[in-house]
Write a protein that binds this ligand. Sequence first.
Ligand code: NAI
Length: 288
Amino acid sequence: MTRFGIIGGGLMGHGIAVALAQAGHRIVVYDADPVTLASLDERIVRALERCDTPPGDVGMMTARITAAKTLADLVLRVDVVIEAVPERLDVKHQVLAALEEKIPAVMPVWSNTSVLSLTEVAKDMRHPQRLVGVHWWNPPYVIPLVEVAPGAETDHRFVQEACDMLDGMGKTTVRLHRDVRGFIGNRLQFALVREALHLLEQGVCDPGTIDTVMRTSLGLRWSAVGPMENADFIGLDLTRDILDSLAPHLSVAVTFPALDKPLSAGHRGRASGGGLLAWPAGQGEEVA
Ligand code: NAI
């Protein structure tokens, strides 16, 4: 049993706490926002119920997660600290600076950043060798994958230790050789999003059609076969021919009018009642 401290009890922080509790660990969560902290228990119970936890186990797992009112309280009782604060470099720097004043130099620190450079996240740390990128997918208690990556100064023993712990929890852990923005999953995901927006902007189809194509073909296929395996299946010669023909036409865009247009009308997506598709208002931010 390891004692984890999580800084930031929002969408990911509370989800990671649940995933760790499911594996038998103890977790302390600190959030700067008292309202978020006050709703922690309720959100944890909801998450456990969502993954059909037997009612008898809900209480046991909830008891493994406690809230800390201050960062000083959090660090008193932990072996590993996870930062899950907003995806802003200044916020991460401020949190890590405050944290390092309170913990020993050897304590591992995991960052849940999605797309920031780990090297930049660790830039002002006194002990950057302990900062490991540990990228969970939402919801962390459902999605098996956790991506683990070093920053430029990370000591690989901390990376190995993180992988061992996550493997021990039954997660599917992948280890990246080096720091890359977006890890692997978000690189692949957003390459696809960029091409989808390109198709919209070219007037090829409407947004719903893109989702239908994905759900009824690639989505099914790619749950069983990865793109590398798929390239071997169809043959590298054919893969090469297809890429030679398609590559000049694929998007390399760095601006996205298909997003800017709904955004300028106040349509941020499902939670705002409108986005690329039409949504009833007030459905919340959580993914399906
Ligand atoms: P969120 O906004 O739901 O939660 C962040 C929490 O941090 C908030 O509750 C906020 O009150 C708290 N916070 C802000 N400043 C703080 C401070 N100085 N000290 C303590 N708490 C503070 O954000 P979310 O979505 O949970 O993202 C957190 C991190 O996880 C980000 O780096 C994000 O990129 C990453 N991530 C997000 C995923 C997602 O699907 N939302 C998936 C994977 C990673």
